[in-house]
Design a protein around this ligand. Structure first.
Ligand code: SF4
Length: 431
């Protein structure tokens, strides 16, 4: 029998389903559904059901380690006090010899919001280094940048409950059933009420198998498709002129830009049949209520921001956003993908989505931290550039927490003069 149950969230993915942990003698021994939690109402996916097993798993790392070539594993245990003292000494020495920016941090979106705040504060206030970035750089940061450009804020525009009452759901580059399973239930509930489902994906995902219209796009051609859909919306006047007039800028220029994206050209570039593109544009264009969801499939590209903006264009042209049952969202991947980037561990941000390059924002945060704004470092570079700087010798030490650069940045981590840098890492807590 457990001593108690603790209400919390499944920390595996960005859905953050509610769950109750069964705890005995300070160890998690099982889970109970949390039926009252509004998002998932007691449901969990297979990942969430098993997530609690990690806490007491025998493979879990519970100690600090240092390299030891004489040991069979290549490592030996180290007391945490000793490890922390060695890291602190190395940071002090590297910064004294090479300046504050010679030390860098890679942080992670599986950390809680409070910890991401601390990582940013540690970098900017304590170490005074510009060089901190985080692993959503390789995840949904294109969505963040696209949202900021389009809406002025990097924030979800709608609650998930709007999906339930919508008429048309367009899912682009998101394997919802496998990566955000509880959202599948929202989509299916909408379908129960008659909603049509359009899926854009190079792969026949589980959702694609059951959707009303599947657009099997060639990888990397997303902006072309959405430009083609917008062109058909313009041609057929499936537009909300009042909304465009009152809430957008630059529509005429955009209309000029997408004129060349005729159905034929869009079909040639995307590999999708012209007829299917026309069907998708009509379903989307004539809907009374609609919801567009996308994820890493359109964001993980060198032109991911343009892909995101092209989806936002068809949402804004329809005027179906900020209304019940209508909207737009990017599906968060890692547990704290959204909160993790808002609190100062992104290379150009301060807590609360404030900008490191904005004098007013700098003054505000410096006031909270009790420091001179001039002592805050300037915006740094992204994680990819940060690794280049490590290999060029500009960065001499790196602290990595909940970021797995060997997997996520293999080409940058495996080349270059590693001997010049010290790398300290901490195991991921939830992935
Ligand atoms: S959908 Fe995500 S948050 Fe919900 S149970 Fe599954 S892994 Fe956990």
């Amino acid at each position: 029998m457990p001593d108690k149950t603790v209400k919390t969230h499944c920390c595996f993915c960005g859905q953050q389903c509610g769950v109750q942990l069964k705890v005995k003698e300070n160890t998690i021994v099982g889970i109970e559904p949390w039926y009252e939690f509004p998002f998932n109402r007691g449901m969990l996916c297979p990942k969430g059901v098993k997530r609690y097993l990690q806490q007491a798993h025998p493979d879990r790392l519970l100690h600090a380690y240092e390299k030891d070539s004489s040991s069979r594993s290549g490592f030996r245990k180290l007391a945490y006090d000793t490890a922390i003292a060695r890291v602190a000494e190395a940071i002090e020495r590297i910064q004294r010899e090479h300046g504050p920016n010679a030390f860098a941090l890679l942080s992670g979106a599986s950390l809680t919001t409070e910890k991401t705040y601390l990582m940013g504060k540690f970098a900017h206030m304590c170490l005074r280094t510009s060089n901190i970035d985080y692993n959503s750089r390789l995840c949904m940061v294109s969505a963040a940048a696209g949202n900021k450009k389009a809406f002025g804020i990097d924030r979800a525009a709608n609650p998930w409950s709007d999906i339930l009452s919508t008429d048309v759901i367009l899912v682009a580059g998101a394997n919802v059933a496998e990566c955000a399973p509880i959202t599948t239930n929202y989509i299916w509930q909408a379908r129960e009420h008659g909603a049509k489902i359009i899926v854009v994906d190079p792969r026949i995902t589980p959702l694609a198998r059951t959707c009303d219209l599947f657009l099997p796009i060639k990888p990397g051609r997303d902006a072309a498709l959405f430009n083609g859909i917008l062109q058909l919306m313009i041609e057929n006047d499936w537009l909300d002129h009042d909304f465009i007039e009152q809430h957008t800028v630059g529509f005429d220029a955009l209309a000029g830009l997408v004129r060349e994206w005729t159905p034929r050209r869009t079909a040639e570039v995307t590999g999708i049949a012209e007829k299917t593109i026309r069907q998708a544009a009509e379903l989307w264009g004539t809907a009374k209520k609609s919801f567009l969801l996308h994820a890493r499939g359109i964001e993980h590209h060198s032109h991911g921001v343009q892909n995101v903006l092209s989806t936002i264009n068809i949402v804004l042209a329809s005027g179906r956003i900020g209304k019940p049952g209508s909207g737009y969202a990017t599906i968060t991947g890692q547990a704290n993908g959204q909160g993790g980037r808002e609190h100062g561990q992104k290379c150009d941000q301060l807590p609360g989505g404030r900008d490191l390059g904005n004098a007013e924002h700098r003054a505000y945060v410096a006031g909270v931290w009790g420091m001179n704004p001039d002592d805050l470092p300037q915006p740094g570079v992204d994680a990819y550039e940060l690794m280049r700087k490590a290999h060029s010798g500009e960065i001499r030490g790196l602290l990595s927490i909940c970021f797995n650069p060997v997997v996520s940045l293999p080409t940058t981590i495996s080349c270059g003069p590693r001997s010049r840098s010290s790398i300290f890492s901490s195991p991921s807590i939830s992935s």
